[in-house]
Design a protein around this ligand. Structure first.
Ligand code: ADP
Ligand code: MG
Length: 283
């Protein structure tokens, strides 16, 4: 038996820039009851802008930013790219030694220094005392040779279409909308509230995102929407993994079941509506 109209459904979706990797996923999309979103780069632009610098222990603003930018020069994380961008000047090509610590930040060695750039948990883990910044923005902490060097406050903005896309999903009857993030609770809550998302899990390490998603499986189909930076394992675990194609990594596109080619979240309610219209004709 050939469910012929599935080709129509998939073809119709692909004309709208939505790639569905097979009829099973179209069927699953139709039955989605929960949608879980990664925050950074998915609901938000993933483009941070430097808001303020808070140097400490003999560092000044320029040396704090310069050191952070040099440590982050080889990282593809949106936070890293924003710091290099804010520095503006040439960060040099010297390879040095860099360890990317998923969910924490980076540890880099160059010019005889060891530099940590990342969240508060990274400095805690390395036994460094830092003064926590009171902020509704994301905060990046820096340490040099085991000494706290200061913090950078950075802010990301919601994608223009996020609020409408969430509204459209609610109108389709999908009421369980969830946000997962490695970012701080305070930042996530402010953004979730603007979006109309009430279920938020923040401060999660990559493996905790997978565990949280697993705990949500079971009642109806669960979709996960991510941009692929650190979240390929979560995409793979969901009933329907939806990846952003434009910024997403190859690993994410491979791990996903549906790819939104232009990263527009408004395509998700469209995909679900199309899936519901696609009737299975079997003969
Ligand atoms: P999310 O995409 O949900 O923010 P990530 O796992 O990518 O989750 O990152 C979690 C947190 O780890 C970030 O909010 C940031 O605090 C920190 N982090 C990760 N990578 C970097 C990096 N390269 N530079 C600075 N901080 C980072
Ligand atoms: Mg992310």
């Amino acid at each position: 038996s050939i469910p012929l109209s599935f080709f129509g459904g998939i073809g119709g979706a692909s004309k709208r820039g939505i790639l569905v990797k097979g009829g099973n996923f179209l069927e699953a999309l139709k039955n989605v009851e929960t949608i879980v979103f990664d925050k950074t780069g998915t609901l938000t632009e993933g483009v941070f802008r430097l808001q303020s610098l808070h140097p400490a222990n003999g560092f000044d603003e320029a040396s704090l930013l310069g050191t952070a930018a040099q440590a982050e020069r080889h990282s593809t994380h949106p936070i890293a790219r924003s710091i290099v961008q804010a520095f503006g000047a040439d960060v040099g090509q010297e390879k040095g030694e860099v360890e990317e610590l998923a969910g924490f930040g980076v540890k880099a060695r160059f010019e005889g220094k060891e530099v940590l750039v990342g969240n508060y948990a990274l400095l805690e883990k390395e036994g460094i005392t830092a003064s926590p910044q009171e902020s509704e923005q994301s905060v990046v902490y820096v340490a040099v040779n085991g000494v706290y060097a200061g913090a950078l406050c950075i802010a990301d903005t919601l994608k223009r279409e996020s609020i409408e896309a969430i509204q459209a999903l609610k109108e389709l009857g999908i009421t369980r909308l969830v946000m997962l993030t490695g970012d701080r609770e305070e930042v996530a809550r402010v953004q979730a509230q603007k979006l109309g998302i009430t279920e938020v899990y923040a401060g999660l390490l990559p493996h905790q995102k997978v565990e949280k998603l697993e705990s949500l499986l079971g009642q109806g189909k669960v979709a996960f929407v991510g941009d692929g930076i650190n979240d390929a394992p979560v995409l793979a675990r969901a009933d329907v993994g939806i990846a952003m194609g434009g910024v997403g990594s190859d690993a994410a596109i491979e791990a996903s079941d549906v790819v939104i080619m232009d990263d527009n979240l408004g395509k998700i309610p469209i995909a679900i509506a199309l899936a519901r219209k696609t009737h299975r004709i079997v003969w």
